[in-house]
Write a protein that binds this ligand. Structure first.
Ligand SMILES: [Zn+2]
Length: 307
């Protein structure tokens, strides 16, 4: 690391040498000692230097202590147990026209020509933009949820032997969802929120009011039960998810859950046959922050473009 912290010199034997850092993050406000790992990443619009910094994450105060169950779907980004539906932003759908245009441009250009390479770059950049929009959106929503809730329950969609139909519907939205989930777990540490991953089995079929099983196909959007309970399909599922989560937290003792410092890795409930699994983000996530810096590759380090 250069004394001005505007440049960084790599001393491992890869021959990268000195690179200049661009960007607006204040990496220089952190002592060099706290930088634990530096990584070079190539993205569509340039090279990035990532710093993993070891810091104490200041926990922030929650604004309220609600309890919320979330059901993710295709119709909405999520539906919660209070009946709120979060709109699906559909970043890809919106950018689709431009992306398809950019893709066609690639094939119009002759192979192995500079023009084609540039067209490909433009195409990759458009995808990068969509990914960043998705990430920002997931981050913002996850932060708000953890800030205003004491308990956030969501589906554990990686459960093996999941109902096939269910899986199909969710897989399309999968990328955005796993991103959202990672941010939820990140902010859970920050706000001291308990996040619970619940096995989604039967959550959409069961009546959240009386517990009866009301069979419905994917196209049935409302849950109607003979007990007189009538809800949006996803809201019914979200309430079920919250109830399942409450049951686990109650079982294991919520006090044990809150002393998060005791749990350094993923935790599983004591009962093996338990339907629900709660997780507490690892300590690693607690202490590291990634900074992205755009940086120039110096001419003498040019062979590193094959990174
Ligand atoms: Zn019912």
């Amino acid at each position: 690391m250069h004394s001005t912290k505007q440049r960084i010199t790599f001393t491992d034997k890869k021959g990268i040498g000195e690179v200049k850092l661009l960007g607006k993050w204040d990496i220089h406000t952190y002592p060099v000692k706290s930088i634990k790992r530096v990584r070079l990443v190539r993205k569509a619009d340039g090279y990035y230097c990532q710093f993993a910094v070891d810091i104490e994450v200041n926990t922030e105060q929650r604004t309220s202590n609600g309890e919320l169950g979330l059901d993710v779907g295709l119709e909405f980004f999520y539906s919660d147990s209070n009946g709120h539906h979060e709109e699906n932003p559909r970043f890809l759908r919106k950018a689709e026209k431009a992306i398809k245009h950019a893709q066609r441009q690639i094939y119009k250009k002759e192979k192995a020509k500079n023009q084609r390479r540039k067209a490909r770059q433009r195409y990759a950049k458009k995808h990068l933009r969509v990914n960043r929009q998705r990430n920002e959106h997931a981050k913002r929503i996850a932060r708000n949820l953890c800030k205003s809730n004491d308990l956030v329950a969501y589906e554990n969609l990686n459960v093996k032997g999941m109902v096939k139909n269910h899986c199909l519907a969710k897989s399309i939205n999968d990328v955005a969802w796993s991103l959202f989930r990672r941010w939820l777990e990140y902010f859970a540490v920050k706000f001291g929120t308990t996040v619970v991953a619940v096995n989604p089995r039967m959550t959409s079929q069961k009546c959240s009011d009386c517990g009866a099983i009301v069979k419905k196909s994917l196209s049935t959007r409302t849950h109607k039960c003979s007990s007189g309970c009538k809800l949006h399909r996803d809201v019914n599922a979200a309430i079920n998810i919250l109830n399942l989560a409450r049951a686990t937290v109650g079982q294991t003792g919520s006090n044990a859950l809150r002393s998060r410092s005791l749990y350094s890795s993923w935790c599983k409930p004591a009962r093996a046959s338990c339907d629900v699994e709660y997780r507490i983000p690892s300590a690693k996530a607690e202490g590291s922050v990634n900074f992205d810096f755009r940086f120039y590759i110096q001419p003498f380090a040019f062979k590193y473009t094959t990174l």
